[in-house]
Each structure stands twice: as C-alpha cells, then as structure tokens.
Design a protein around this ligand. Structure first.
Ligand code: IMP
Length: 423
C-alpha cells in the first residue's frame, strides 16, 4: 500500500494538525517525519482545543497507530509533559504511540545552546523557537548525537556527559549572558528519560515497510512549512530539517516511489513567525485585522504572527518542490468581510517581472505584484456543504486552482473538525 503525505506549503502554522485529524480515520498509521517540539499542531473537536508538539495528530483516533520517525528530534522533558496532557483523554499511548530508535534526543544543553547562539546573533537572529532544534540536528549531522536507541544502552550517560560538557564550552564561547542551573535541568531530564523509556522504541523503517507489505494505510505528517525547509526555504531564516516531501523519505525510510498523494496545506492568506523575508507582509490595518480575526499567535511561543496576502509565486514553488497532488485551503473564514482580496502573482525583481522564487527575496530586491479579487461578506463558519460557499470565494479558489494546476479538495471554514468542507 502506498504512503500519503501531508505538509504545509508556507511558513508553518497552516493548520496541518486539524487536517491530519480530519483525515486520520482513513489511515491505520500516522507518522511524523521531521522537526520536534518547535511544532505546535492545534486540534479542536467536541469543544476541546489541544496542541500537540511531537506526538502525531492521529493520537486522538481510536484505531490509528502513531509513529515518531527517525527524522524527528525529541525533547524528553517536553514529551513527557505532552503525555501528561493526554491523560485527560484516557489515551492508551503505550499501545498507540511508537518511537523510532533512530530519532535524536534533545538535551537540556541543546536548548541552552540554541538560546546562546540566537543571543550572539543580535539583529541577525533567526527567531528560533529556542527548543534546541538547530543544535540537535547539528549534532546529528556532526555525528555526535544521542539517539533514542542509545537510551537502551548501559553507557549512554557517559556519552551524554561528554556531549553536555562540550556544549557548555560552546555556550561559554558565545560569550552571552545565559543564566542556568544545569543540575536542575538534568534532574528533570533524567526523570523524563525514564518515563520515555516506558514507551515502545522500534526500528521504525522496518515497521513501516512491513506495514506497507501488509496493506496498511500510512499518512506521513509534516511539521513547520515548505518555506522553512533547510534547503528550499528562505535560508538562513529556516528550521534545521527538510520540511518538504523528500524529508518524509529520509525521516521515515519510505522509498520515494511509494509516495502517492501529497496533500499541500495552505492558508487563504500568509503568516510567518520569527525573522526572515516575507514579500507580501502587511504592515497596515489590513494585516492587523487578519492577525486579530485569525488569532494569529504562535501555538508554541505565543509570539504574534506576521500576516500578509497569499503569495502565489511562493505557493507554486512549494507545490513544485513537493509534487503536491491535492490542495487544502485553510482559514477562508478569516477573510470574510475584507472588501478586496489581493493575491501576489509575480514579483518585480531587480527591475524585471518574474514568476519564480529567486535566490534572494529580501525586500530591497523584490516587490510583490498583486491581482485583486472581490471579497465576500458571508460568515463561513456555519457552512457545511460546498454549495453554500459564496461565489466570490469560489472565484478565488478557482483562480488558485488554475494558477497551480492542482485541485483544492478541502476548504476549511473554522478550527473545529466539523468546520471542513470537502469539494
Ligand atoms: P527553530 O526551528 O525553532 O530553530 O526555528 C527556526 C525558524 O522556524 C523560526 O523562524 C521559527 O519561528 C520557525 N518555526 C519553527 N517551527 C515552526 C512551526 O511549527 N511553525 C511556524 N514557524 C516555525
């Protein structure tokens, strides 16, 4: 059986958690393939709102098994808090949640190193979530990392000590004022590791291979967004993993020719948290209104998100890099009431008009060129059928479909599971 893939096409926060939750009933296995607790996947159902960080969004469905793949980085402390948050839902996570032995562990000193590195960058800071993601992936590629499978070995604490000591020297090298009590952080960390060890650790690539052989259905769940991809995003203002489709192959051990549908999630407008270029960013009341209506605050850091119009040039780029086969448009309801909807269809770049995402999208090089659409005033949040969607919204949807050449299969009109219109 083939593997389907779901990922964000912008700078994260597109609403992937909600869609995985909606689609989960069609899959036996939901597998996260990259990122870590920098993600905050928000799910709303039955009047409950819940944010997941490392745990796949299928955890709330009775049948599905949730796999944390080798491409993910796990902070035991955050992870255990996440498990505690699930207790109220009576979820048997010892059965439903399994972790790749090859996933890497975020140490307390990785978090400190993240903070020290950002502080030392001054104005050039990336705006990291400071969850230790970058330093952990650096240790992975530097071949120094500690993996989940290491926690089963007797000597892992020796390896831990020498790595943490090295990190402390690196923190000192940054020469910034970071206050911490490592002993306290380590006590919490070692306790969390013991809880983590009560879960199932597996050779996940083998597990997923066998699952495919047995005809099980698998959905790979991406985190962050394509424009935060370490290779294809707005480097250096990106995260440290491959958030694009290729990341599912390396982060789960799934062969490229086994991937079938690629679901691309995007917001009807654009948001970004943290630093970095954002061509269609709005600095006026319209942007402030989007932020207010869309509750655009980071699920992990609480930071306000920057808002702007839909950037079709960037969206098409993300569709290309990922091989998207179906689009899903989120938060259409937020745009209700805007008289005019703008969408960026090309850029003025160094005196020329271009329709691709160039190497450098800094504002001094590039100005967005917009097409305008008539807005809609109807409240979409109570709508349940595609026939109810207003004509002006459908014009907008058809335009995006025509430009990308990809059908928009879901229009989401609110945060709840039920507020999902299938087309
Ligand atoms: P890091 O992944 O924490 O190092 O952060 C790097 C950049 O990616 C920062 O601009 C973050 O704000 C952004 N980022 C990381 N994770 C997410 C996410 O899940 N949603 C949106 N932005 C994110």
């Amino acid at each position: 059986m083939a593997v389907d893939l779901l990922l964000g096409l912008q700078w994260g926060d597109e609403g992937k958690g909600k869609i995985v939750d909606v689609l989960t009933k069609n899959y036996d296995i939901i597998a996260r393939f990259q990122g870590g607790p920098n993600a905050g996947h928000t799910l709303e159902f039955d009047g409950i709102k819940h944010v997941l960080r490392t745990i796949p969004s299928g955890i709330f469905h009775d049948k599905s098994i949730n796999v944390i793949g080798n491409g993910v980085v796990i902070d035991p402390v955050v992870f255990v808090k996440e498990l505690e948050g699930l207790d109220q839902f009576n979820i048997d996570y010892k059965k439903k949640l399994i972790i790749s032995r090859k996933a890497h562990v975020i140490l307390p000193t990785h978090r400190l190193l993240d903070a020290a590195s950002e502080a030392s960058k001054g104005k050039a800071k990336i705006g990291s979530t400071l969850k230790g993601i970058g330093p952990t992936y650096m240790d992975k590629t530097g071949r120094n990392g500690i993996r989940i499978g290491d926690l089963e070995l007797n000597d892992w604490k020796e390896k831990y000590r020498s790595l943490a000591d090295k990190h402390e020297a690196m923190i000192e090298f940054h020469n910034v004022d970071i206050q911490y009590d490592l002993q306290e952080l380590e006590t919490e960390f070692f306790e969390a590791v013991e809880t983590l060890k009560t879960l199932q650790f597996i050779d996940s690539e083998e597990y997923l291979y066998k699952a495919q052989q047995e005809g099980k259905t698998i959905l790979a769940e991406g985190a962050q967004g394509s424009l935060l991809d370490i290779d294809f995003g707005t480097y250096p203002f990106v995260t440290s993993s491959n958030t694009t489709a290729a990341g599912a192959c390396t982060g789960l051990g799934v062969a490229p020719n086994k991937i079938k549908e690629v679901f691309g999630i995007f917001k009807a407008y654009t948001t970004r948290v943290g630093s970095g270029p954002f061509p269609t960013e709005l600095f006026d009341e319209v942007g402030a209104e989007m932020a207010k209506i869309g509750h655009e605050f980071g699920a992990v850091t609480g930071r306000p998100r920057r808002c702007g119009w839909l950037d079709l040039v960037a969206l098409k780029y993300a569709c290309q890099v990922n091989g998207v086969t179906q689009l899903m448009m989120m938060k259409g309801d937020v745009l209700s009431g805007f008289e005019t909807i703008k969408v960026c269809t090309s850029y003025k770049y160094k005196g020329e008009e271009i329709t691709h995402l160039p190497y450098n999208i800094d504002p001094e090089n590039l100005t967005p060129v917009y097409s305008e659409y008539k807005g809609w005033s109807e409240d979409l949040t109570k709508m349940t059928a595609k026939e109810e969607l207003p004509k002006n919204l459908l014009d907008y949807v058809h335009f995006i479909e025509k430009e990308t050449g990809i059908p928009i299969k879901i229009v989401s009109v609110g945060p709840d599971r039920k507020q999902t219109i299938l087309r």
